[in-house]
Design a protein around this ligand. Sequence first.
Ligand code: C5P
Length: 219
Amino acid sequence: EPATLLADVTITVTAGPTREPLDPVRFISNHSSGKMGYALAHAALMLGAKVNLISGPVNIEPPQGVNLVSVESAIQMRDAALKLAGSSDIFIGCAAVADYRVAQVAEQKIKKQGDEMTITMIKNPDIIAEVAGLTKNRPYTVGFAAETQNVEQYAKGKLKNKNLDMICANDVSNQALGFNSNNNALTLFWHDDSVELGIADKQALAMNVLLEIAKRLDF
Ligand code: C5P
């Protein structure tokens, strides 16, 4: 691939899980490995882009040359995303952002209590929807949708409701693919088009996702 296809293009990618704290020693999180987001960041660098990688806690080395912004919670990820979105040409939301956070984070370690305990959680902001909603310097905004059924219907719903330009959908009911796997299969949806990317390793898929985005950008 030409290393200049995305020269002069700034891409911001979110990757990995978020951690939602309960108290100073505990959090709620998910199994996102960050592999797909890091693969996208790597592929963007290969194509000559300037890359911001906003990452939750993962066990992957950041690709050389990336501007890594390490965050933990969804609120921290949102703040970093909004800081960088306006100066980005492309924003790709690949992070598995926790839908809810703990309403009252305890300042001290929560002590063991009775046989039951209740935690009240409140909705986190939808980071990619906020980026796609920017009225000034809005980047080309690309989301991901992990679905276990009705993949096309749910992915297209998110494309529309979040006001995205493109969404990459994957069927996570297939145990061999998705989350922690090195392989994946994606269907890309735009408002008026779709493309199937068959099973491949995440690095190859990431490159194809970026080539599809590049085709649709006007420089
Ligand atoms: O609605 P759902 O979580 O399935 O949407 C997934 C897409 O939205 C992904 O691109 C994900 O990174 C993004 N997202 C986000 N902020 C949230 C929830 C999801 O940016 N709070």
